[in-house]
Design a binder for this molecule. Structure first.
Ligand SMILES: NC(=O)C1=CN([C@@H]2O[C@H](COP(=O)(O)OP(=O)(O)OC[C@H]3O[C@@H](n4cnc5c(N)ncnc54)[C@H](O)[C@@H]3O)[C@@H](O)[C@H]2O)C=CC1
Length: 486
């Protein structure tokens, strides 16, 4: 019987619309019920009514979805993975239109969405409970149950990846979902809806509501939403957490960073240079885990900087759809101005370096930096690498940790002992040794300190999207002690 479900899944074909509408509720694209003023990009602003409709849809779908076996849910997620791989080029192009990132990067991002669906599809049947033997033959069964309707809110830099990293594990564990993408990147979450529907995921299990902060706020405060999973800035994350506290909801936060990348004098220099490019200039520098504080040992600082600047000059900035473009466009004008503002303040504070060109900002390498500069302390979220020179291991560890953030970090050295010693001292959720910005689905990702609460990816997420229910089974008689006298 169950294998018939797989056949049904495979007979469906992937239906993707080009263009709106941009909400996705009950298994189809739909217009808002209450159109208000259009917001900045392209989708209609939606508010309380849209959130209510989507949450209702997710709530209605919950009993049937959560009653499927893990294997049945997993089959559908695997099918969604197959559809994404088959349509990788088309979906990647949508992501480029939405974000301005170069096509080669979008292909990597969308490939990682398929990986996450495959991983959690495979994991779903393995999520099982416990049997605990107790005194006198009694026993307890600990079931792992879904939380209910999950509310997800995303940022604009990795629109589909951010969404899938939340949705794949949530659905695998029997939850249903309402997702609000960033207002700047409304497109590919809806495409994911179409992928999931084509893969046989029941109508209403995954819904998308467009809108700005107000829509996100309604979602966070909705009484039928059991869990909030947020990716974005620290100030908004704090509001989401407060909303979760008000409604006694579980909360996962993936927030910003100002991560250290440490290059010791014995590092393999070419790898350190390549990693510094990856750690600073992917997605126009708009990556939460970027290693924007590049600490370089004084003895190699001059050579390292010359080679980094030369590699940076070789980057090709331009049309994100062009195959030979390595750096695309900043997300929007206001953000480009913000990044330029950091450059101005850095120069005023003594840094040397530049960046130019409208929304197409050329990556910048700043030298002569010190720890108190605004550009060194705050998250720029643009292609700006600050080189900081250090002399000793003790000094660099202290400076690396001198930040409220704790998302990531890296150590470049050939000395195995030093690599582990320093990595163990870095206060961050991920520390790479001799590489940067790798996020395999199997590995937990998330931040220390102000960079977040909880983790995404890996098996740790099982805890984040389930709750336990204990069934105690009494095999003997009730012992009421002195309360009951025969
Ligand atoms: N740790 C991680 O995994 C990642 C973190 N980020 C962080 O995201 C930030 C950039 O993204 P932005 O979109 O500018 O962040 P943001 O915080 O301005 O917005 C994020 C999302 O929250 C929504 N929102 C705004 N106000 C809200 C409210 N009161 N209640 C609920 N939702 C609300 C927005 O509409 C958007 O969808 C950076 O700080 C970056 O480091 C980005 C990607 C990954």
């Amino acid at each position: 019987m169950a294998s018939g479900l797989g056949g049904q899944v495979l007979r469906r074909s992937f239906q993707r619309s080009v263009g709106g509408p941009w909400n996705y509720v009950g298994g189809r694209r739909c217009d808002p019920t209450h159109a208000t003023a259009p917001f900045k990009v392209m989708a209609p602003a939606t508010g309380r009514e849209e959130v209510d409709r989507a949450v209702r849809s997710a709530k209605d779908a919950l009993p049937a979805w959560s009653k499927l076996s893990g294997r049945e849910r997993g089959q559908k997620l695997m099918e969604a993975c197959r559809i994404i791989r088959e349509n990788l080029e088309d979906i990647s192009r949508l992501e480029v239109q939405d974000t301005g990132k170069p096509i080669w990067e979008a292909r990597v991002d969308i490939g990682s969405c398929a990986d996450a669906l495959e991983y959690y599809g495979g994991l779903a049947p393995a999520i099982v409970g416990q049997h605990i033997p107790l005194s006198g033959g009694s026993f307890a069964m600990v079931q792992r149950r879904p939380l209910g309707v999950v509310g997800g809110i995303g940022a604009w830099n990795f629109p589909m990846q951010t969404c899938v990293w939340k949705v794949a594990p949530a659905l695998a564990h029997g939850n249903t979902f309402v997702y609000k993408p960033s207002q700047f990147t409304p497109v590919t979450a809806v495409t994911l809806g179409e992928v999931l529907t084509s893969a046989g995921v029941m109508d209403g299990v995954f819904n998308v509501v467009q809108g700005e902060g107000e829509a996100g706020e309604h979602l966070c405060h909705h009484p039928d939403v059991a869990k909030l999973s947020f990716t974005g800035s620290v100030p908004t994350g704090s509001k989401v957490m407060a909303a979760g506290a008000g409604g006694i909801k579980a909360v996962t936060l993936e927030l910003g960073g100002k991560s250290p990348l440490i290059v010791f004098e014995d590092a393999q220099l070419e790898n350190a240079i390549k990693a510094t490019l990856v750690a600073n200039f992917l997605s126009q520098g708009q990556v939460c885990s970027n290693g924007t504080r590049v600490f370089v040992h004084r003895s190699i600082a001059k050579t390292f900087t010359e080679r980094l600047v030369s590699a940076t000059r070789a980057l090709k900035i331009g049309d994100p759809m062009a195959e030979d473009t390595t750096v695309g466009a900043t997300i929007h004008e206001e953000h480009a101005r913000k990044v330029l503002g950091y450059l101005t303040s850095a120069r005023e504070e003594g840094a040397v370096g530049d960046l130019e060109g409208g929304w197409y900002l050329s990556p910048a390498v700043l030298t002569n930096c010190h720890d108190d500069m605004k550009v060194v302390r705050e998250e720029v979220f643009g292609s700006v690498a600050a080189i900081l020179v250090f002399d000793s291991e003790e000094e660099v560890v202290r400076k690396a940790n001198d930040t409220l953030f704790g998302l990531a970090g890296a150590v470049f050295t050939r000395d195995l002992n030093r690599a582990h010693r320093v990595a163990n001292e870095i206060e961050a959720g991920t520390v790479w040794i001799n590489n940067y910005n790798l996020y395999p689905t199997e590995v937990p990702f998330g931040g220390y300190k102000h960079s977040g609460v909880g983790r995404e990816n890996g098996t740790t997420v099982v805890e984040a999207f389930t709750q336990t229910r204990t069934l105690y089974v009494e095999m003997g008689d009730v012992d009421a002690g002195p309360l009951y006298v025969e």
